[in-house]
Design a protein around this ligand. Structure first.
Ligand code: SAJ
Length: 451
């Protein structure tokens, strides 16, 4: 099949597709294309997940507006089906690859899932098929890994017997469908004609801009857009540390800095979690490192952001010392275990690092999070008898804390604010020993009354 023939089949929606990897990215994509009339085969290794999908049950935790209904429509219309069997891909015109691409402790990409998907796809790859990598990969991966492996496993030639490109995902947990439809996408084929064919295909589900370019640029854009955010957050965090040291208030500083045109100082905080911002800067860096490019800023930003949970730990230890409560017999309540406000997603959460560090000192740690299973409950009850409360996530519920009630519940009134939720003056008026990221150290002579 030529690309011209494939474009005709896309226009009449006779082109069928497969989505390899039915997770946060693959499932919504499969549902969206099925919903606009394409025949979609979802390929997934985990049998239990396949069964759930075929029964119209979403395997994704957390609230995803519209996803369950869309999945049920797609399954009942017969346009979406899931399987564990790669040999069913034999008739697929378009194959989307949405598998995980994590990094290891040495910040190297782990492409096992990607390689395994390609090795299974190769032998059954249809003549003239279009393979699109949506997973986030380091720049050059399609050219240097995906295509050569696919040619070897399929015994086919790129741009003769099959076509390939990148269209990096831009989804966000909690807004999977909304982002998929509205966010612009970068469409990068290995040839301009492949790119045009991909654009025609994605126009069926994406209302946002489809920015056409080449495959390498698409890989660079995706990893750069997240590395940019990580560096910006690290800058804000470093300014916060300076403000603490010199007696300033980083929130006031940020407000006034951002009044200056072309300034966009991000939010300092208790750390950077999630599976995008923590990983993509390393994916961007790895390509350059192999070429001996002296990378200093991007790795440094990761180090700064990864250090912030321990900075919160230090603020707590300082406050406990002033309060005369040693770390090893302290009882601490962490407010917020997800990595992001009003989310239940705990991947790479800064709170997990803080919890482990506190437990290592012998402190007794309890956790409250209205979204994360196992940590629900009345936070004032949980605060009873504690020596400190630490706010790690800006969940809606924490924006209206009853400070007087919270203080009366505590054994020692220490309040650490990792996300600028609390007005420090109010905290002091109520009698807390307060420490906030980016806010001046309250004088250690602050008089406090222990309950
Ligand atoms: N964070 C800060 N300061 C900030 C912004 C975020 O400390 O100024 C922290 C958050 O608390 C969180 C982490 O960084 O722990 C990540 O927050 P995020 O808002 O970047 O959320 P993510 O990780 O879900 O990032 C996604 C990304 N979207 C995609 O990859 C498609 C990212 O590119 C988006 O910029 C981001 O959402 C967004 O804008 O919402």
């Amino acid at each position: 099949m030529t690309l011209a023939e494939l474009r005709k089949k896309i226009e009449t929606k006779d082109a069928n597709l497969a989505v390899i990897g039915m997770g946060y990215v693959g499932l919504p994509v499969a549902c969206e294309f099925a919903n606009v009339g394409f025949d979609v085969l979802g390929v997934e290794l985990i049998e239990e997940r396949v069964d759930k999908i075929n029964a119209g049950i979403s395997p994704i935790e957390g609230k995803e507006p519209g996803l369950v209904e869309l999945l049920q429509q797609s399954i009942s219309s017969g346009r979406l089906r899931a399987t564990t069997q790669y040999n069913e891909l034999i008739d697929r015109d378009i194959v989307l690859i949405d598998v995980e691409t994590p990094i290891d402790e040495y910040h190297k990409p782990r492409y096992e899932a990607l390689r395994s998907a390609i090795r299974s796809l190769g032998p059954v790859l249809k003549d003239g098929a279009l393979v699109i990598v949506e997973s986030t990969v380091s720049p050059g991966t399609l050219r240097d890994l995906v295509v050569p492996l696919l040619e070897e496993e399929s015994r086919k030639q790129l741009n003769q017997d099959f076509y390939a490109g990148n269209c990096p995902e831009r989804v966000m947990p909690g807004r999977l469908l909304e982002n998929l439809r509205s966010m612009s996408r970068v469409v990068g084929g290995m040839t301009p004609e492949t790119t045009e064919t991909m654009k025609l295909f994605y126009r069926n589900v994406v209302d946002g801009d489809l920015d056409v370019t080449d495959s390498l640029t698409a890989e660079l854009v995706k990893t750069t857009e997240n590395a940019y955010r990580d560096v910006q957050i690290a800058f804000a965090n470093e300014v916060a540390l300076i403000c603490e040291a010199v007696g300033g208030d980083v929130w006031k500083v940020r407000e006034l800095v951002n009044k200056v045109p072309a300034r966009n100082m991000h939010l300092p905080g208790a750390g950077v979690g999630g599976h995008c911002i923590t990983k993509d800067p390393w994916l961007l860096a790895v390509g350059a490192k192999d070429k001996e490019v002296p990378l200093r800023l991007i790795p440094a930003a990761r180090v700064i952001n990864d250090s912030m949970p321990m900075h919160v730990f230090d603020l707590l230890q300082d406050a406990l010392e002033v309060a005369g409560r040693e770390g090893d017999d302290a009882r601490v309540l962490i407010l917020g275990y997800a990595y992001l406000e009003d989310s239940d997603d705990t991947r790479n959460s800064p709170s997990q690092i803080l919890e482990l560090s506190l437990q290592a000192t012998g402190a007794e740690v309890s956790i409250h999070d209205p979204y994360v299973l196992g940590y629900h409950g009345d936070l004032y009850q949980k605060a009873r008898g504690c020596d400190a409360v630490i706010i790690m996530v800006r969940h809606q519920e924490y924006l209206s804390l009853n400070l007087a009630l919270l203080k009366s519940s505590l054994r020692t009134p220490v309040l650490i604010d990792g996300r600028h939720v609390i007005n420090s003056e109010q905290a002091l008026e109520v009698g807390f020993l307060f420490r906030g990221i980016g806010q001046a150290m309250i004088s250690s002579k602050t008089k406090i009354d222990k309950n």
